[in-house]
Design a protein around this ligand. Sequence first.
Ligand SMILES: *Cc1c(COP(=O)(O)O)cnc(C)c1O
Length: 356
Amino acid sequence: MKKYNFNAGPCVLPREAIASAIEAIQDFDNTGIGILEISHRTPGWERVMKETADLWRELLNIPDNYKVLFLTGGASTQFFEVAANLLNKKAAYMQTGVWAKKAIKEAKFYGEVEVIASSEDKNYSYIPKNYTIPADVDYLHITTNNTIYGTEMHEDIDSPVTLVADMSSDIMSCPVDISKYGLIYGGAQKNVGPAGVSFVIVREDILGKIDRKLPAMVDYRSHISEDSMYNTPPVFSIFVMHETLKWVKNMGGVGVMHKLNKEKAAILYDVIDQSKMFVGTAAKEDRSLMNVCFVMADEHKDKEAAFLEFAKERGMVGIKGHRLVGGFRASIYNACPREAVEALAQCIRDFEDEIN
Ligand SMILES: *Cc1c(COP(=O)(O)O)cnc(C)c1O
């Protein structure tokens, strides 16, 4: 049976990237040696590293005074690495979900944290709009897409202080005005590759302003000076990221991705809004284009397991909601084809027809 992959991450990748990965495992760059077995000092590899960074620059229009880094340890390592490098006294955080909450917890190892806005009161189902950014903080940290709750900030905000963003789950899904940010980070495994590599885009002048000394692996400057090869990089993950970004470029870039993503999300949200059985959990204006979260209306709650089984029989994979929200979540990142979204929409309609 054909499977439709809606996993939240790791998740579906472009078929083209998978095909190149299979080929490279056999023989990387006509060297006669597979990608899992080459040295990261192979010239062909150094070219892939450079091309990957160049693809990032081109696709997101990254200005010259920013560096693009490929690191390990996932977004969760960036939760403390950001604070270690940037937090002298006090930082401001927006608490829009559990990932933001974890980032706050880690930052507290390095200094004072002021939570300037939180949507915890309504189980993070919206993005706070009324908040003041204090002038006396080292940076403001936001999470642009809240993967678990299906909320997303749809505009780049203006911040008087250095803006830091966890963009793990919406990077490359839409254009970003990089110049508004001091630092952007995320794990690759939602939209730009497999697990095992994370990305950091950092404006160089914000670094080196803290009083503490840092271990080399924690100091962004060590990674900058060695072009992300201070230690052995996650070669295979970066290779698949390279192929994924090539695919984004061939598709027409992030502007085209954004258009396709809006269309895909609309297909699902329309079905949910027309349904009497299912309801969306996120505030409409803050609905994520990447993670569509929905539950059963109160009077139908007893049918959740039946719907999951119904969907499974139609090849739907990964649509069970996160335990903190319940219900269902369809993650429809860049590489999720429109066909999969249409199949899920049909599945929702069919289930409702069958029950009624
Ligand atoms: C998945 C996710 C994380 C955690 O990423 P890891 O790479 O597993 O550490 C952090 N933030 C957001 C927004 C995420 O979606």
